[in-house]
Design a protein around this ligand. Structure first.
Ligand code: XBP
Ligand code: MG
Length: 239
């Protein structure tokens, strides 16, 4: 099965967004709302076990501020905090504070030049994806991706395979004709759960997680061009 599409995860894969992007954006939203919550780097690493910003806040409140969750308007407050957090995160992107990871820009250019289809399968909010692409690759970059599956579009977030199923259905190609690029244990569980061969690039938060089934696990994509990825894919699914 020939490789026809690359499906990218966003957070941790396209860019190192978590420690210096999402985390300070959450903290800015908490401060603005007068909440005494503050997520340091180590705590945030633990909280990343829960995917999705709203889900992550609820998980934190359950353990550290049960009174917050017991209030009748808790879900509404979480939704408001999340809106504010997205605003702060997008502002960081606009300021150029969150660059793409090594090799990403080059791989996207090479894949486009060879006529491969590009797609995105992520847990993050759609606005975050649009802003990340725009501020790192230009205003037209969003259109380079045939399908963008993001956020609450599926109810079950990664590690559930649902977002990959959603993207595959819209791409109209078999899972084995695609290659997923992921950075986390939850991410590869989702991609492999949908039958998509997957390469992993690790980061400080995900190094050491369970990547069984990955075609390869790399520090980043610098030095790994499209032909190398095609070889890995062909070796797995048969050329
Ligand atoms: C990563 C996530 C996200 C972000 C926060 O997803 O788990 O929840 O941390 O994003 P992926 P939101 O690696 O699949 O992109 O606050 O917008 O949910
Ligand atoms: Mg990720």
């Amino acid at each position: 099965m020939k490789l026809s599409a690359i499906i990218f995860d966003v957070d941790g894969t396209l860019a190192d967004t978590e420690r210096d992007g999402h985390r300070p954006a959450f903290n800015a939203a908490f401060l603005e709302a007068g909440l005494a919550w503050n997520w340091d780097e180590a705590l945030y690493g633990e909280l990343l076990a829960v995917t999705g910003g709203k889900e992550r806040m609820a998980f934190y409140a359950e353990r550290h501020d049960p009174a917050f969750l017991a209030a009748p308007d808790a879900q509404e407050r979480i939704a408001q905090l999340h809106k504010a957090k997205t605003r702060h995160f997008v502002r960081l992107l606009e300021a150029g504070a969150i660059p793409l990871r090594p090799g990403i820009k080059e791989l996207i250019a090479e894949a486009r030049a060879e006529g491969l289809t590009l797609a995105i399968a992520t847990t993050t909010t759609p606005e975050n994806v649009t802003a990340l692409l725009r501020h790192n690759l230009g205003a037209e970059a969003e259109r380079w991706f045939e399908v963008i599956g993001a956020g609450d579009i599926v109810p079950a977030k990664k590690p559930a395979p649902d977002i990959y199923h959603w993207v595959l259905e819209r791409l109209g190609v078999p899972a084995t004709a695609c290659l997923a690029v992921e950075d986390s244990g939850a991410g590869i569980k989702a991609s492999l759960g949908a039958g998509v061969p997957t390469v992993v690039t690790v980061n400080d938060y995900t190094r050491g997680q369970d990547f069984s089934g990955a075609l390869t696990v790399l520090p980043d994509l610098s030095g790994t061009d499209l032909s190398a990825l095609k070889k890995l894919h062909a070796g797995h699914v048969g050329a």
